[in-house]
Design a protein around this ligand. Sequence first.
Ligand code: GUN
Ligand code: ZN
Length: 371
Amino acid sequence: MPAPVRFELQATDPGSAARTGVLHTPHGAVETPAFMPVGTQATVKGVLPELLRASGSRMLLANTYHLALRPGEGVVARLGGLHRFMAWDGPILTDSGGFQAFSMSDRASLTERGVAFRSHLDGSLLDLTPERAIAIQESLGADVAMVLDHCPALPAEKSAIAEATDRTIRWARRCKEARSRADQAVFGIVQGGAHADLRRECAERLVELGFDGYAIGGVSVGESPDEVRKAMEVTSPHLPTDQSRYLMGVGRPQDVLDAIAAGVDLFDCVLPTRNGRNATCLSMRGPVRLRNAAHKADPRPIEEGCDCPACSRFSRSYLRHLFLAGEMLGPILASIHNLAFLHRLVRTAREAIGEGRYVQFRAEALEALGP
Ligand code: GUN
Ligand code: ZN
């Protein structure tokens, strides 16, 4: 049985753990490092598939939790699976739902069996077990499914984090045993908070079980950038170099650059689209806030030299006007620019790694981006 996804390592950076590669999936290849836009409800908010592709998106993330509640994975399966349903023919990764059950639903309760919670939509009682998380993701038909994990709320005692980490490993084993689709990869998720020993143990035990790739979880729950960096640095040495590594929920440009230096290949985050909807745009000179009065008659694009559909035709003045008038094209264009910006940042990082100059590239980029 051929592996559903295969990671092909290409270049490694002499001055850091950064690397480039290609993730081969049933829906095509993705050059890494790569940023995955978030399409929680089977749509990257406001952005048509062709514009996603034009902005540099190659692989998307969607959410099991939301799609299982609405429209239901059975509906998606009847309509030909997630790719057909949302008209995206590139690779898709689905998160497993546990993380969202804890953050979105009313009163999630945890047992060894799984997570029981009330739907945030209609209050109905639902049960998400490792087996069910895999079954839903198989119905959705993503290229990569994630194991059901337990990401404890922080701050927490080390003993509580250790317990969540052990549970994550037991659930990962159940997910592995439950899988039945040969054309879908399953990634394990490393938990362990800020504790190097827990992270190491979790990584080693997941690698023993054997997954198609590994994610670093539990790092977008309100810690400082330094803690995020530490979690990555202590985890990635314990992951196989010939499989992909995915840092969940991280998308601040500075954090992405740090994670790439620690050897991370894949990212996802709502930041570019959420910030875009709030009129905050990313640029290599720090954020551009389009509602700011300074842009009232500003003829410049969001970012000089950006070839995205927003910057190639529209001024900051026009975009500001769209936001102040409540026109929906404003959030759409700002989202597209922010996606194009992050994809460009990651692509130029990839080029720098290929040329063995990532350390210098990162230092210059961090200097330009500011804190
Ligand atoms: N998204 C961001 N962080 C996490 C995590 O720790 N686990 C899962 N499943 N999804 C995430
Ligand atoms: Zn742009």
